[in-house]
Design a protein around this ligand. Structure first.
Ligand SMILES: Cc1cc2nc3c(=O)[nH]c(=O)nc-3n(C[C@H](O)[C@H](O)[C@H](O)COP(=O)(O)O)c2cc1C
Length: 118
């Protein structure tokens, strides 16, 4: 999903499991995603968000992938990011897996496109 968004926006991707959170300071927009694990963000995502610098109003789009139920994933990320000063402007998710064909992210990508048409 990160690659699909990156292709759409011609934006660089960073693997949050191996990136320094301070990298977000180089950009005006943060698009942060996670697989849902145990109804919450993956632990690597939670650790990255914990270490993020202050957002100072930086606009942020959240995305997640999950199979059945995303639970508290967006709530947990929104709470933590808002407390750090990030402004969440959109949350998009992709449910389900179809291993026989590539995932279709069209709906989420269309929602993201709308943000840039405003
Ligand atoms: C340890 C673990 C916990 C998971 N917990 C959930 C969950 O609570 N809810 C859910 O809908 N999917 C859950 N999943 C499924 C993942 O969200 C799913 O595999 C991922 O979003 C799809 O990315 P992938 O194609 O890279 O696996 C879990 C997967 C793992 C490995």
């Amino acid at each position: 999903m990160a690659e699909a968004i990156s292709d759409l926006l011609k934006a660089p991707t960073f693997d949050l499991a191996s990136s320094e959170p301070s990298v977000v300071e180089n950009y005006d927009l943060l698009i942060l995603g996670t697989p849902v694990e145990g109804f919450r963000p993956a632990k690597e995502t939670a650790a990255f968000v914990e270490r993020l610098p202050k957002g100072e109003g930086k606009k942020t789009i959240l995305f997640c992938t999950y199979i059945l139920w995303k639970g508290f994933t967006f709530r947990a990320l929104t709470n933590k990011l808002s407390s750090k000063g990030y402004e969440i402007i959109l949350k998009v998710s992709k449910k389900g897996m179809k291993p026989d064909k590539p995932a279709d992210f069209t709906e989420s990508l269309d929602e993201i496109k709308k943000v840039f048409e405003k």
